[in-house]
Design a protein around this ligand. Structure first.
Ligand code: NAP
Length: 315
């Protein structure tokens, strides 16, 4: 089948905070810009109930903030392609290509802002009970657990924030964490520790999820004693960190030992004309504001790169 070919100055892969902010800057920098995403636009923050550390908005819904980002790119005529099925990505060479079912998107410059997804526990029962008691999105599924008992795994911001959120519905929320100390910010910790519906089970890891049609128990193992206990629960919400969304590019580009894309301070990757921004790259902090800032820098690098190509053609 002959595919339709669409040509741009820059293609942005991913429509979360990094991709959106990138698009604002590339479009304002006069680059013909396309934003593609395999999902609906909005990225991870669309799943957050509330965000309270994005400057200028003391508290705002994740969806609402991402809608504002999207409305902002609409002002600059960015071409938007949500829910695309990407078959192949070619990063090497002067012209990069993103091949979808019936269209090939081409540009001399690509910015990868594909974000990251929730890491899996990789224990028995996790896959089997997915959507039948195992969920990675409290905001999407929390309401199904009204007056039930649920278990959150992890000790970072996501685990503790989502545990607090789940107390709106569940009668009891266990937080299982493998250490005594939490990685979450102090304010987030305090909110969870002061919530009477939350009980912490520390120094334990989950080793199996059990049930029949739906989840009934989670088996925990004490890290020090190796003693196993069975906890009755109807829901399991793993929040044990993020893994980068690099499926279609990981053999083409330099990654760090955890699989995140290596960039320099200008968001330049190991390939000329390819930049990365946001949660998908090696970075200290994964927040809406840092992703948006990365996007702006990556866009500026892209603008300069395209200008340099055009200069070379003139000479
Ligand atoms: P995270 O900060 O990496 O925390 C992951 C937690 O899961 C850690 O407590 C870790 O334990 C535990 N863990 C990791 N692997 C495990 C395993 N196999 N079994 C059991 N426990 C395991 O991840 P996150 O909470 O998803 O957050 C990701 C990023 O997004 C962070 O940068 C975070 O600050 C940011 N975030 C920010 C906000 C906000 O600012 N409002 C909200 C959500 C997320 P150890 O501590 O022992 O390593």
């Amino acid at each position: 089948m002959i595919k339709k070919e669409l040509n741009y100055d820059v293609i942005i892969l991913g429509a979360g905070p990094a991709g959106f902010s990138c698009a604002i800057y590339t479009a304002r920098g006069n680059l013909k810009t396309a934003v593609l995403d395999v999902n609906m636009f909005g990225g991870q923050p669309s799943n957050y109930l509330e965000i309270e550390n994005y400057p200028g908005f003391p508290i705002i819904g994740g969806c609402e903030l991402m809608e504002k980002f999207e409305q902002h790119i609409d002002k600059f005529g960015v071409e938007k392609f949500p829910m695309v099925e990407i078959k192949n990505i070619k990063l090497q060479g002067k012209i990069k290509a993103v091949e979808c079912n019936d269209t090939v998107y081409k540009a001399p410059c690509i910015i990868i802002a594909t974000g990251a997804s929730n890491k899996k526990l990789n224990i028995n029962g996790e896959e089997e009970f997915k959507c039948r008691g195992v969920s990675y999105c409290a905001v999407c599924d929390g309401a199904f657990y009204k007056d039930k008992t649920v278990t959150v795994i992890g000790g970072g911001n996501s685990a503790l924030e989502e545990a607090v959120y789940l107390t709106k519905y569940a009668k009891k929320v266990y937080v299982v964490h493998r250490r005594n100390d939490f990685r979450a910010d102090k304010t987030v910790q305090e909110r969870a520790l002061n919530n009477s519906k939350i009980e912490f089970i520390l120094n334990c890891i989950p080793v199996e999820i059990q049930g029949d049609n739906t989840v009934k128990n989670i088996v925990l193992e004490n890290i020090a004693t190796k003693e196993k206990t069975i906890l009755e629960t109807q829901g399991v919400f793993p929040y044990i960190g993020l893994c980068p969304n690099t499926d279609l590019i990981q053999n083409q580009i330099k990654l760090n030992n955890q699989g995140f894309i290596e960039t320099d301070i200008n968001m330049q990757t190991s390939i000329e004309g390819v930049y990365a921004a946001g949660d998908v790259r090696n970075t200290l902090l994964r927040q809406v504001i840092t992703a948006a800032a990365d996007g702006a820098i990556a866009a500026q690098s892209a603008v300069r790169y395209i200008e340099s190509i055009k200069e070379n053609i003139k000479v």
